[in-house]
Design a protein around this ligand. Sequence first.
Ligand SMILES: [Zn+2]
Length: 224
Amino acid sequence: MKQEDKDILRKYLPEEAVDQVSDDIVRYKIAFRISRARSTKLGDYRAATQGVAHRISVNHNLNPYSFLITFVHELAHLIVFERYGRRVMPHGPEWKQTYNLLMQPYFEKEIFPDDLKKVLIRSVQHAKATDGSDVELTRVLKSYNTLQTDPNEVELTQIADGSYFKIADGRVFQKLHVQRKRFKCACLASKRLYLFSPIAGVKSVSAEEMNNFLNFINLNKTRR
Ligand SMILES: [Zn+2]
């Protein structure tokens, strides 16, 4: 890998992981892309097809640990695909075993801080994956984000059932109840139901804001 490409990786990864990751990118001939922030996923893998290389992308706004874990997660998909094609489940036993193996050198190099290492090892062994479904891991990873999080933002678990909250795009929801470790919430404008992660970052809505919002909705209803 060219030195300048390696220097780009250095901005996103823990220093001790740069060589290994760049070696993997070269070895598996990966078209690697550092992507814009996507709210639906941290990274993705697309299998090689005729004439097109394996593609892996990782969101640019992840902290270095998250960036590395996401890369390894996607690399495990690549290796499993090369070995088994589409005959196995995306996060099945073959993937879990591969992911576990790929993480070992990073554990040996003591790259991760103790608290993160502890939950990460547990997560790798039980391999609930790093797709955001592992709440404990996501929470510890989040604590290493250097970007200042909004002081008004709270986790969805912290607000009471039945109360209102809004998300980054301005939509207002009502928190209903837990359903299989997720929270069922109703979007007031569209009246649709959504499932939220318990650690989704949300802002609570004051009574005054709520009144304005309901007036706005009613106004638009009568106009139609
Ligand atoms: Zn995956």
